[in-house]
Design a binder for this molecule. Structure first.
Ligand SMILES: *[C@@H]1O[C@H](CO)[C@@H](O)[C@H](O)[C@H]1NC(C)=O
Ligand SMILES: *[C@@H]1O[C@H](CO)[C@@H](O)[C@H](O)[C@H]1NC(C)=O
Ligand SMILES: *[C@@H]1O[C@H](CO)[C@@H](O)[C@H](O)[C@H]1NC(C)=O
Ligand SMILES: *[C@@H]1O[C@H](CO)[C@@H](O)[C@H](O)[C@H]1NC(C)=O
Ligand SMILES: *[C@@H]1O[C@H](CO)[C@@H](O)[C@H](O)[C@H]1NC(C)=O
Ligand SMILES: *[C@@H]1O[C@H](CO)[C@@H](O)[C@H](O)[C@H]1NC(C)=O
Ligand SMILES: *[C@@H]1O[C@H](CO)[C@@H](O)[C@H](O)[C@H]1NC(C)=O
Ligand SMILES: *[C@@H]1O[C@H](CO)[C@@H](O)[C@H](O)[C@H]1NC(C)=O
Ligand SMILES: *[C@@H]1O[C@H](CO)[C@@H](O)[C@H](O)[C@H]1NC(C)=O
Ligand SMILES: *[C@@H]1O[C@H](CO)[C@@H](O)[C@H](O)[C@H]1NC(C)=O
Length: 871
């Protein structure tokens, strides 16, 4: 039916990279024997667009291409064959449907076309075979739009080539004359490509044609056939290329430099995704460059509610080693994740691998121009870096650029807060003007301002030597300096002190170039991490990278007392410059200095200090020159020493010359509950106070502090210890050692030992009444398993034991004890004794063991029943 309209058949030949089309015309009847028509487009509303069908074995069916490789071009080539057969120009676009609602019979072919074939039959696979398989029902189809009256394209690159248009005489190239940039624009637009690329002058002269179409386009026509045309004898137009024949674009953004990344493949625009998450930064850069945009600002993903058809970079791209440009082997797929790329419109940094540093160029018409350094400012750098999403301008400098065609440079006068560099007021400057300086500017941006330097300063160092880590001694004031050394004036500099990852303290200084944080008299708690950072006024929420140092607090060990019985009394020696020497006695030496010595040694306060003349000859000592007020932590914090020949030395006696005694419970029924020592009420406790051998003699007192009162027991020290035996009461116990030395009473107290007393009865008398406790009756022992009778099967049980029972229960003395016999044996407590009758509790001097017995003990005490308790 359509074959009657065929009037021309074309022969295409490709020579190298550029293509020459030799036009031949034949009449439609000439090749009927070989049936030249085996492709058509149906249901598209026009002869030149619609679903692609193939004729095979005399039957038209939907064409399904089943190719597992070369996907990128094959379908376009099939479509080219179809467009040509239909005399419809070349392919403009293709849309592949994989999930039609209508199921149709199809021919599934597994062959390759290169786009030059006259019929689909000519397409062969590599082994020159042609495989066509019938499929009864398919949901796949390919929809093709051909250009009808214009031919453009070069093989599968549909955005590059020579333009031919259809006339009454068949297809012919257009005239070069009149085929200007406006006409190219129209062609590029008609074929869905980017704007025309600047024409290359390298094209050779063209032959003269007898007669061809001379066009006159305004540039706003949507199709070339809308342009005015007239027939002339002319040279044929050169081939040209549209931008975007690369086939990527960014859509949906505020401008053409941002949005969803789309790729055109097989004539169809779809989001372009990267299947293996191996998108490389340079791919985005390539996209921005290709689109004539500036630097890449960001690449991100967008998640969709619904799956969408996409082009996916094929598995073959995984092995692709071409890092400089992303792989062009794409396959159809679907995805819910699409990629968005944002490029700067007018600004770029080039010449460095890092996107956030490089030579600054600004767009000037279609090209890019460098910027000269002379009038460049840090505010310009700031705006540039902020615009590119690169944080802060960290640095800028000139870089010589040879062979710039530019003779003027834009001069920016940014305030620093502009969103785009081109928003800043500008001037132009002649490039040869001396103010221009080096003709290019390189800008280096940083995500966060770089870290400051941080240093400890002590009185000893007093300098900023970064490599030298001075010792910080307890009590010795120090300072921490923090210096940003940055391009901009810092807004605030902060120092933070960290304990276990928490910021424990923070100090901030504003309006300074460098900050010095002073610390008086540090203690252990000042040891730790100090972290310094800073921010700028124009972006106060972003702080620089921090710099951290760990401060170690050291104890001074440069003072000692020797030749006494104690480390807290004796002749003073001081270490200075690694030499230990005695200190010569000078009139300025006083109890204030001695107090500092005692504090530094952890020996309490100063008891006395005196001059000792110990040698008739002069020996080199330290002469101490003091600035002490007596409250300092260390002697060398408040004075300096010098060599000094002297015969005198200083002796210091501190109050804590006695060693600290220790306290220990030797015995007493006790148990530990909630990690607290608990004693049973009314029981005897034995406590041992002892002290390390130091001075002979002395005495101990055991101090008992409870809520209501303090009292103490005293014993002489025998072999440096004393034992205290008494009935326990609740309170905090401590041993104090006293000794009379140097005509003075010295003492030293142990740590405090808290003792809790528990009202715990392990014994009772049961008279058979309702009362829990009684002063006569069967002896019951409270054991872990419960309360059981005390067995009378004991060789030692007598009135002495009964009296211990009565005493323990607060029932006075024992009157009698007797045995009661039962008809059967039951579980009772057998008693094993070591009692002499004076004990305060039965289980203090004996142990019970569960066994079976048929007799038990009864005890009768003088006292009346009442609460058992302390005496
Ligand atoms: C094809 O379409 C049917 C119904 O329209 C749907 O259920 C099915 O999931 C689709 N298949 C694919 C692969 O999209
Ligand atoms: C396809 O259809 C033909 C005739 O309608 C039938 O003979 C054949 O079995 C079908 N093939 C399949 C795979 O369904
Ligand atoms: C194209 O531009 C010309 C002149 O520049 C104008 O006269 C014409 O109306 C425009 N056509 C369209 C479709 O915009
Ligand atoms: C720049 O200065 C040079 C030499 O002074 C001069 O020849 C040139 O015309 C000037 N260019 C512009 C654009 O002013
Ligand atoms: C008391 O403690 C001291 C020191 O630990 C020890 O030498 C002494 O033997 C103890 N005394 C008793 C009675 O346990
Ligand atoms: C023991 O000392 C602690 C704290 O040192 C105190 O809380 C407690 O009340 C004291 N106990 C007695 C019985 O005084
Ligand atoms: C302290 O005194 C109060 C009242 O004077 C008394 O009730 C309490 O039992 C006393 N505590 C001790 C531990 O002696
Ligand atoms: C004191 O210790 C000495 C020697 O260790 C010993 O001979 C002496 O018996 C001890 N004295 C007492 C009262 O324990
Ligand atoms: C030292 O203590 C004893 C008893 O504790 C006392 O008799 C004596 O007066 C005290 N001596 C001095 C100098 O305080
Ligand atoms: C205990 O002694 C009193 C007084 O001697 C006597 O009245 C009482 O019966 C005795 N009870 C027992 C259980 O022996």
């Amino acid at each position: 039916m359509l074959s009657s309209q065929w009037s021309v058949v074309f022969k295409w030949s490709f020579i190298g990279f550029s293509c020459f089309v030799l036009l031949t015309t034949e009449t439609s009847g000439a090749s009927q024997s070989n049936d030249p028509v085996d492709a058509r487009l149906v249901e598209g509303g026009s002869r030149c667009s619609g679903r692609l069908e193939m004729k095979h074995q005399g039957k038209w069916r939907t064409l399904n291409v089943k190719i597992t490789w070369g996907e990128a071009t094959v379908k376009v080539d099939y479509a080219q064959v179809a467009c040509r057969q239909m005399d419809c120009g070349t392919v403009i676009s293709i849309k592949h449907h994989s999930n039609n609602t209508v199921h149709r019979p199809a021919w599934e072919v597994n062959v390759l076309c290169d786009g030059t074939e006259h019929t689909l039959k000519e397409c062969k696979d590599l082994s020159s075979r042609r495989r066509v398989q019938g499929k009864n029902l398919t949901t796949s189809s390919t929809e093709v739009v051909c250009s009808e009256s214009v031919r453009f394209g070069n093989g599968n690159d549909i955005c590059s080539g020579r333009v031919n248009i259809k006339s009454d005489n068949g297809w012919a190239p257009v005239c070069e004359e009149g085929f200007d940039s406006e006409a190219r624009k129209v062609v590029c637009r008609e074929f869905g490509c980017g704007p025309p690329m600047v024409s290359r002058d390298s094209s050779t002269a063209e032959e003269t044609l007898a007669s061809s179409q001379k066009l006159k386009c305004n540039g706003n026509e949507s199709r070339l056939q809308d342009c005015a045309s007239s027939t002339h004898t002319c040279k044929k137009a050169r081939s040209f290329t549209c931008e975007g024949s690369y086939d990527v674009r960014l859509v949906g953004g505020e401008n053409s430099c941002e949005g969803t990344l789309e790729g055109k493949h097989e004539g169809e625009w779809r989001p372009l995704v990267h299947g293996w998450d191996s998108w490389k930064p340079q791919y985005s850069k390539e996209v921005c460059e290709k689109l004539g945009c500036g630097s890449v600002i960001s690449t991100s993903y967008r998640y969709l509610q619904k799956r969408q058809d996409v082009w996916e970079l094929s598995y073959r791209c995984r092995d692709s080693r071409t890092d400089s440009s992303f792989c062009k082997s794409w396959v159809a797929g679907s995805s819910t994740t699409i990629k968005t790329v944002t490029c700067a419109e007018n600004v770029r940094l080039v010449g460095r691998p890092d996107r956030c540093s490089g030579r600054l160029e600004v767009k000037s018409g279609p090209s890019w121009a460098p910027v000269c350094l002379g009038p460049f400012t840090k505010e310009n750098a700031q705006v540039t870096c902020a615009e590119l999403g690169c944080g802060f301008g960290d640095e800028y400098h000139g870089k010589s650029l040879i062979n710039t065609a530019q003779d003027t440079s834009l001069v920016f006068k940014c305030g620093g807060n502009e969103k785009h560099l081109l928003d800043c007021p500008t001037d132009t400057l002649n490039a040869s003007h001396e103010d221009c300086g080096p003709f290019t500017t390189e800008v280096i941006c940083t995500e966060r301002p770089k870290e400051p330097s941080i240093n400890i300063i002590t009185m000893n160092t007093g300098n900023y030597d970064t490599n030298y880590k001075p010792d910080v001694f307890k009590g010795h004031r120090f300072a921490i300096s923090c210096s940003p050394h940055s391009l901009y004036k810092p807004f605030s500099i902060r120092l933070r002190y960290e304990v276990d990852g928490d910021k424990a303290a923070e100090w901030i200084q504003t309006a300074v170039e460098d900050a010095i944080f002073l610390f008086p008299a540090p203690e252990d708690a000042h040891q730790g991490f100090y972290e310094c950072d800073y921010n700028y006024e124009f972006k106060p929420e972003v702080f620089s990278k921090p710099q951290t140092l760990y401060l170690t607090m050291k104890e001074r060990h440069d003072v000692r007392l020797v030749d006494g019985h104690s480390r807290c009394a004796g002749r003073l020696e001081v270490e200075h410059q690694k030499k230990w020497r005695s200190v010569s006695y000078q009139h300025s030496w006083s109890l204030k200095e001695a107090a500092v010595v005692c504090r530094q040694l952890g020996c309490g306060t100063a008891f006395s200090t005196s001059k000792v003349d110990n040698s008739p000859e002069l020996l080199t000592k330290w002469r101490f020159q003091s600035n002490c007020d007596g409250s300092e932590r260390a002697l060398m914090d408040c004075g300096v020493v010098k060599n000094w020949p002297s015969s005198s030395t200083v002796e210091v006696v501190c109050t804590d010359i006695l060693h600290q005694p220790s306290i220990a419970i030797i015995s007493g029924p006790s148990f530990t509950e909630d990690a607290v020592q608990r004693m049973i009420m009314g029981h005897i406790i034995i406590i041992n106070c002892s002290v390390e051998a130091q001075y002979p003699g002395g005495h101990f007192s055991l101090k008992i502090n409870n809520v209501n009162q303090t009292h103490s027991l005293t014993q002489p020290a025998v072999n440096h210890s004393a034992v205290f035996t008494f009935t326990v009461t609740e309170g905090n116990y401590s041993c104090v050692y006293h000794n009379f030395l140097l005509n003075h009473n010295f003492s030293s107290e142990s740590l405090s030992l808290p003792i809790k007393v528990t009202d715990y009865t392990n014994l009772m008398l049961d008279d058979g009444g309702d009362e829990d406790s009684s002063c006569s009756g069967m002896v019951m022992v409270n054991l872990e398993l419960g309360t059981i009778l005390l067995s009378a099967e004991s060789t030692v049980w007598d009135l002495k034991h009964a009296s211990v029972v009565c005493r323990q229960l607060g029932c006075g003395d024992a009157i009698s004890t007797n045995t009661v016999t039962l008809p059967t044996k039951e579980k009772m407590a057998l008693f094993y004794s070591d009692c002499d009758g004076s004990e305060s509790a039965l289980l203090d001097c004996g142990t019970t063991v569960e066994w079976f017995s048929s007799s038990y003990v009864q005890v009768n005490c003088t006292g009346q029943q009442g609460a058992p308790g302390m005496k």
